[in-house]
Ligand binder design. Structure first.
Ligand code: GUN
Length: 293
């Protein structure tokens, strides 16, 4: 069994990005700039945005976090998005999700210029991706593809079962792995909360991607011997023995599942760091496009 080390792979990817930034700067161009908009005080979102800001520093990007209170109105958030869309010093920006309940995530995502949509969430970006055109891939699915490539995992003809149908992970990764070429050519089944015989379907999988957000949902009895298991879950579980008061659990019962796998991602240290590195990659791509415009 091989543990897929997202920390190592993401560091390698970030080193490549840093080298590209160094070249840009040597050629007299400005550094790429990523802005994150954080509305409200969701604890996990604050941590993720902190990680994104730190990664920007690591790869030599400029970055900024726009912090707005939970009481922010749609008009106020729209004004910030419009300003960032128009600001030539900003290559890409993200609005961290989830948003407070009174704000429409769909409306916010649609307002972001597709040119700066480094999250890859805009419907125009999604449409391009699904059509197989050049597009910003959403960072978590892109990170999963990078891990598969790094470990040279065979995908052609494999049965891949994705659990979870979110726009951010489940649906895009199901789509990407069904595409022609590598990593792709999979036969994909997309399972969700209404799937009948879910356990039976997962048991038939060569590759399992767990992205439903339920701690330790995938148990050893659901896994075929030799399967590849990729765990996208990050759920906080109360743990008074920790200074923070919680620990992070994946969607996979790692201790019991790992011995049956050929490859598995740990949580933390698997998909999470890859997501951040792929956001950096999208921002670099946005900056390269800007300099070509
Ligand atoms: N919330 C959870 N994952 C993400 C992500 O990749 N981007 C944004 N903007 N919000 C998220």
């Amino acid at each position: 069994m091989v543990i897929m080390d997202g920390k190592e792979v993401s560091e390698a990817l970030k080193r490549k990005i840093t080298a590209e930034v160094d070249k840009m700067v040597s050629a007299g161009r400005r550094r790429p700039k990523l802005v994150a908009v954080l509305v409200g005080d969701d604890g996990a979102s604050q941590v993720y945005v902190g990680h994104k800001e730190r990664a920007c520093g690591q790869v030599g990007f400029d970055s900024e976090v726009v912090r707005m209170p939970a009481s922010t109105t749609a008009d106020e958030l729209n004004a910030v998005i419009d300003r960032l869309n128009a600001d030539d010093s900003v290559d890409g920006f993200i609005v961290q999700l989830p948003l407070p309940g009174h704000l429409s995530e769909e409306a916010v995502i649609e307002r972001i210029s597709p040119l700066k949509d480094v999250d890859g969430f805009h419907p125009e970006t999604t449409g391009r991706m699904i059509s197989g055109l050049d597009a910003y891939l959403p960072a978590t699915p892109a990170g999963i593809l990078e891990l598969i490539k790094y470990y040279n995992i065979e995908t052609a003809g494999k049965h891949c079962v994705v659990i979870g149908r979110s726009n951010i992970v489940g649906r895009p990764i199901a789509n990407l792995l069904s595409m022609k070429g590598y990593p792709g050519d999979c036969t994909v089944t997309l399972c969700h909360s209404r799937t009948a015989d879910l356990k039976e379907i997962v048991r038939g999988a060569d590759i399992v991607i767990a992205a439903l957000g339920k701690a330790h949902f995938v148990t050893a009895d659901m896994i075929k011997e030799g399967a590849v298991v990729i765990d996208v879950g990050i759920t906080r579980i109360a743990d008074p023995s920790k200074k923070s008061g919680f620990r992070i659990a994946g969607d996979v019962d790692y201790d019991n599942v790992a011995p049956k796998c050929s490859y598995i991602t740990p949580v933390p240290g698997g998909v999470g760091p890859m997501t951040i590195a792929c956001l950096m990659q999208n921002t670099l791509k946005a900056a390269e496009r800007r300099t070509k415009r």
